[in-house]
Ligand binder design. Structure first.
Ligand SMILES: [Zn+2]
Ligand SMILES: [Zn+2]
Length: 336
């Protein structure tokens, strides 16, 4: 995951700078944007600058939406450049605070795992799972990385499968089973006979680590604009010229799905959906010294929302709710 060419480093540094500028323009999005900027700084190898950003977030007067995630990311980053004691203190603090969000649990457990503290990593994954999977029938999508990470660490420790490991196996949907992916014997049995194969196996395992950070550092997506039903009604009433673009809400939704499938079929990577609201669209039009009635403004509005980190990934993950807000899973709704 670490970029190894100067060109890639330069891209990450430039992207971090762009995100910081955007955060300055849109304070309401600053937390998400600065977390993305910090991920890019980490990928550029500038860990002290990433720490500075995490500290800036943690000292913000307004309070944070995800304070424990920021702490967990900061700890993980600190440990990567030699600040082990400080990192451990933060990790202990996050565990003691018992956040209800799975992401900080995954971050601190992976930090321990990355530094070969497998027992502590297993305990941390288990603490998080115990807290977040109590009284749930079906583990929410956001908790899957907890179960997968726990499964991985337990195989490294040579533990037998327990109920949660079995659950992790059933939730995992990829051509390679979780057991095959996490089997330490596959790595050790290769021995030194074939160093290339060994390296490939190890990097495949490591690729699983840091997925959260990787998600944070993706470039901003090509996004299609979505209006919820009530917003679309209000929009077309206020700006009748837009009615040609949006004959009905149902048609609007089908057009979104069709456009995204077309983009995907043409090989466009990193697609997303941004959700518009009439007040934010009007504010955008004003900032562009343009009229909201101008159809050409719609794609620009979508791009701006995407650059502000507002896009939802498309297609949604397996089992996740449909982007249209119907409450059904994507497979049984617009993904059908
Ligand atoms: Zn398994
Ligand atoms: Zn739908």
């Amino acid at each position: 995951m670490r970029p190894d060419t100067p060109a890639e480093n330069a891209d990450h540094t430039a992207e971090a700078a762009r995100l910081e500028r955007t955060a300055g323009l849109y304070p309401e999005d600053a937390e998400a944007l600065l977390l993305q900027a910090a991920a890019h700084l980490e990928l550029a190898g500038d860990r002290p600058a990433a720490t500075t950003l995490y500290d800036r977030l943690l000292s913000s007067a307004d309070g944070l939406e995800k304070p424990y995630l920021v702490r967990a990311l900061k700890a993980s980053n600190l440990w990567e450049y030699g600040h082990e004691a400080e990192a451990r203190a933060i990790i202990d603090g996050v565990r003691a605070a018992a956040p209800r969000d799975p992401a900080p649990w995954v971050m601190v457990a992976e930090a321990l795992e990355a530094h070969d503290e497998l027992e502590a990593a297993q305990e941390t994954f288990t603490e998080g799972a115990t807290l977040l999977l109590r009284d749930v029938d079906e583990p929410p999508y956001a908790t899957h990385p907890l179960l997968f990470g726990r499964h991985r660490v337990r195989r490294m420790l040579g533990a037998d499968h327990d109920d949660w490991d079995v659950l992790a196996d059933t939730l995992h949907s990829s051509p390679v089973s979780l057991d095959e992916l996490h089997d330490p014997k596959r790595i050790w049995s290769l021995g030194s006979d074939n160093p290339q194969e060994l390296a490939a196996e190890i990097s495949r395992l490591q690729a699983e680590l840091g997925t959260y950070r990787e998600a944070l550092s993706r470039p901003f997506p090509v996004a299609v604009l979505h209006w919820p039903a009530s917003e679309l009604t209000e929009l077309v009433e206020a700006y009748p010229t837009l009615a040609a673009e949006y004959p009905s809400h149902e048609e609007h939704l089908s057009t979104i799905e069709a456009s995204l499938r077309e983009l995907a079929a043409s090989g466009t990577p990193n697609l997303g959906i941004v959700t518009g609201t009439v007040p934010s669209y009007e504010a955008f039009a004003a900032s562009e010294a343009s009229s909201p009635a101008d159809v050409d403004l719609l794609p620009q509005y979508a791009t701006t929302l995407a650059a502000r980190g507002r896009a939802e990934e498309w297609p949604p993950q397996r089992g996740a709710a449909c982007w249209c807000g119907s409450g059904n899973t994507y497979e049984t709704c617009h993904g059908a």
